[in-house]
Write a protein that binds this ligand. Structure first.
Ligand code: 8YV
Length: 327
């Protein structure tokens, strides 16, 4: 019988997935779910045939330089691959896969939830009730802003951006987007989406901006201090993508000065560290990177990881291979 591949998993995964992986592969699990540090990651790449990292594990050139000769596949548990040095992996002949598609709808739901939470002041309202300070209903208390009839500018109209656009259309928003490439006219037509070739021009005209592009060298601080200044003061920002796409300090300063209406943030530039000033602001909703955090989604992701490993171990091209050229 063929030797089972040694699969090293860096974080705790759903039980059904771990059980299935134990059956199929020579699987080494992380039972206590502590995020591995660099020494543990180096140990993992030295011993594994297949590494299953998550978004918390930086598989950079330094870690990959220590990879053993057996490491042939990095089957990441997640869609974003900005934690993996794809170029070094390719140079070392290591295939990389991710889990696209299965967390699209969940992340789009969370983006809508954040957008409504910040514009209708959900977190603030709940804090008021829980504090015991609520004095009762008043015609001018806790007023937010309606979202219907407003303009939503989506940065990155990929899978998640399109799923968000469908939902936002149902909520009566008009859809605008900026993307590296204009999407197919049929998709544009279905979403009644307006394409802005110039991100700067789009930003200056929106009521709400949502970030739905991946973090790559090209999108690092795409919303720079200069670009943030193009937004009008009544504009809300929502980010369920990656913190690095926004200059968090510049955003925080603008929120403090009232130069923006508010922000709904699920991701941060140096998470889990957060600019402490953000914690003092009422016009922000802050979540601990839970955009795709559903039980169903995590199981779907695990199944994708398993299929990628199995296909690769059987000598075929895995379905979710990631290439540098995709970004
Ligand atoms: C999860 C994510 O945190 O998939 C991504 O890119 O950011 C999140 O949905 C991640 O999948 C866990 O590894």
């Amino acid at each position: 019988e063929k030797k089972k591949p040694v699969v090293v998993v860096t974080r705790k995964l759903p039980d059904v997935i771990e059980t299935r992986m134990m059956e199929l592969f020579d699987t080494r699990l992380n039972h206590d779910d502590t995020p591995p540090g660099v020494p543990e990651l180096i140990e993992a790449v030295r011993t594994a045939d297949v590494l299953v990292p998550t978004v918390t594990d930086r598989i950079d050139a330094r870690v990959l330089a220590q990879a053993g000769p057996n490491l042939r596949l990095i089957a990441s548990f997640g869609t974003g691959v900005d934690h993996i040095d794809l170029k070094t992996a390719r140079q070392r002949g290591i295939t990389v896969t991710n889990t696209p598609g299965v967390l699209t709808e969940d992340t789009a739901d969370m983006t809508m939830a954040l957008l409504l939470a910040v514009s209708r002041r959900l977190s603030e309202g709940e804090r008021l009730v829980r504090s015991g300070e609520w004095k009762g209903w008043g015609p001018t208390t806790m007023l937010g802003h309606r979202i219907w009839g407003k303009r939503l500018g989506i940065i990155g109209l990929g899978r998640i951006g399109q799923a968000l656009a469908k939902r936002a259309k149902g909520f009566g928003l008009s859809i605008h987007y900026h993307n590296r490439r204009r999407v197919h006219p049929e998709i544009e037509g279905e979403l009644e989406a307006t394409y802005w070739e110039s991100l700067d021009q789009m930003l200056a005209r929106m009521d709400i901006v949502s970030i739905n592009c991946p973090h790559t060298p090209a999108t690092y601080h795409l919303l720079s201090a200069r670009r943030l200044q193009l937004l009008r003061p009544h504009c809300y920002i929502v980010n369920t993508s990656r913190g690095e796409v926004v200059d968090e300090n510049a955003l925080t300063r603008m929120l403090q000065k009232g130069e923006l209406a508010g922000a709904g943030l699920d991701v941060f530039e140096h998470e889990p560290a957060i600019n402490p000033k953000l914690l003092t602001l009422d016009n922000v909703v802050l979540l601990p990177h839970m955009g795709s955090a559903t039980i169903e989604g995590r199981i779907d992701m695990g199944e994708k990881v398993i299929i990628n490993i199995k296909t690769f171990a059987d000598g075929h091209a895995p379905p979710d291979r990631v290439l540098e050229a995709m970004f």
